[in-house]
Design a protein around this ligand. Structure first.
Ligand code: HAM
Length: 438
């Protein structure tokens, strides 16, 4: 006997129905926002991820050498593949590019609730537009994609951070290239690891820079708790700063004002909390970054994303600004289950055809084929059995109607139709059934 591998799920039909319910909501919301669906490969050249996704993901890759001796990996995320696909057409493509995808990703993660090794992810990204209008649009899509399940601001929130502002803040603390990215990745872990580990990580991140890592941790702690535009202003107002950096900071604070204004105009302010504690673990983010969290139950992340303006160029293509998010199916379906908003999912047929005798089976098959071609969902027994058994089966598969094909009715070109919940039964000409069931 074999078991599934740790972190991999198998979907029985009732699970698939729930999964499809989620995918349908995601897909319909993305289409409503004018996004087009794309589909990148599941297996990619290893370097696409080792060079572009950052340290944390590197340790989680499902990587191997294929029979042709190539280093390859299952995709842990879709963003590098998207950047390549859009980059390859950057010269002729109509901008803005608004694309979404739904597919399975693979990460060799430590087992924990809400984190699997194979999970589905819905991605939506806008490329080719650098203004905050694009950030606002993807944030609105993220929020509407969760609202589509009937979720409200009492059940989830989006925490909005900013790498650009962090970089400016770090500059005021004397942190410059090449230490910025390593320090940001320590900041990302600040709320998740014990103090000793943090000290060691920060020590490593600034090794060789001459910076005092303990003082830096203190300084960073003062900014990580910033949760409003006003406290951002105050955090910088407390410092003596040069003209050049002051100008950059005030420009960035006005970008914040603009983005928050757009989110307000889009009617989603109630879902948004500015929060400098959001830095994001992936290496390629450059500007606003965000994560949506459930505010009931475990408080886990439902989705994450942000701006990544340099990734397309780093892959060797023309410069192309980009912003987007990824949303996982695991935490979303757990949340829907928790709050009872999983939706009515059903594989039930519209009608179950009860076949009176072997003699009428060919005529029944013709009726069945016609109805299916018409777009109805029809089931019927594959072997001869009693009326009683057939009706039992019709109930078991959840059919709304039973259609009884018998010799006497066939003579009159009609069948009997029975409403399985009310028990009401009537005879109807075959030509009328399709419209009746529709
Ligand atoms: P991420 O934060 O790594 O971002 O993943 C986004 C979401 O995918 C998470 O919030 C979570 O819901 C889900 N997720 C990630 N890992 C797992 C896992 N092991 N098991 C279950 N769910 C998981 C990205 O992947 C970025 N590429 C998103 C993005 C798109 N940024 C810009 N565009």
């Amino acid at each position: 006997m074999f078991k599934t591998l740790p972190g991999f799920r198998e979907f029985y039909p009732e699970d698939s129905a729930k999964k499809n319910y989620i995918f349908d909501k995601w897909r319909n919301t993305a289409l409503a926002f004018g996004f087009s669906e794309f589909d990148p490969p599941v297996l990619e050249q290893l370097e696409l991820f080792t060079e572009k996704s950052g340290e944390e993901i590197k340790s989680q890759l499902f990587e191997f050498v294929d029979k042709g001796g190539r280093g390859v990996s299952l995709r842990p995320e879709m963003t590098p593949s998207l950047a390549r696909m859009v980059g390859a057409r950057a010269n002729g493509i109509r901008r803005p590019v608004k694309w979404f995808a739904i597919g399975e990703n693979y990460r060799y993660e430590r087992q924990q609730k809400g984190r699997l090794r194979a999970f589905f992810q819905y991605n939506a990204d806008i490329l080719g537009e650098e203004s905050a209008n694009a950030d606002a649009e993807v944030i609105a899509l993220l929020i509407e994609s969760l609202r589509a399940f009937g979720l409200t601001e009492n059940e989830f929130k989006l925490r909005l951070g900013d790498r650009t502002l962090w970089v400016l803040f770090l500059e005021t603390a004397g942190v410059t290239e090449p230490y910025i990215i390593p320090v940001l990745s320590v900041i990302d872990k600040l709320e998740k690891v014990p103090p000793e580990t943090l000290a060691a990580l920060m020590g490593d991140a600034v090794k060789g820079s001459g910076l005092d890592s303990a003082a830096l941790i203190e300084k960073v702690r003062s900014f990580i708790g910033v949760k409003s535009l006003d406290s951002m202003r105050e955090a910088f107002a407390r410092q003596e700063l040069g003209a050049e950096i002051s100008e950059k900071i005030s420009q960035r604070l006005s970008d914040w004002e603009q983005l928050l204004g757009l989110l307000d105009a889009l009617g989603i302010s109630a879902f948004i909390s500015p929060d400098m504690g959001i830095v994001r673990g992936l290496a390629y983010y450059t500007g606003f970054v965000f994560e949506a969290f459930q505010t009931v139950g475990t408080g886990r992340a439902l989705a994450g994303g942000g701006r990544y303006d340099t990734l397309v160029k780093k892959l060797g293509y023309p410069d192309m600004p980009a912003v987007g998010f990824g949303m996982g199916d695991v935490t979303v379906s757990d949340l829907l289950e928790l709050v009872g908003k999983g939706g009515a999912v059903s594989n039930a047929p519209d009608a179950y055809v009860v076949i009176g005798s072997d003699a009428v089976r060919p005529a029944a098959l013709k009726i069945i084929s016609d109805m299916r071609r018409f777009g109805l969902r029809i089931d019927y027994p594959l072997k001869a059995s009693s009326f009683g058994k057939q009706f039992k089966q019709a109930d078991a598969v959840g059919a709304k109607f039973a259609l009884i094909v018998g010799e006497d009715e066939l003579q009159k070109n009609s069948v009997k139709i029975k409403n399985l919940s009310s028990g009401e039964e009537k005879e109807m000409p075959i030509a009328e059934i399709q419209n009746f069931l529709k």
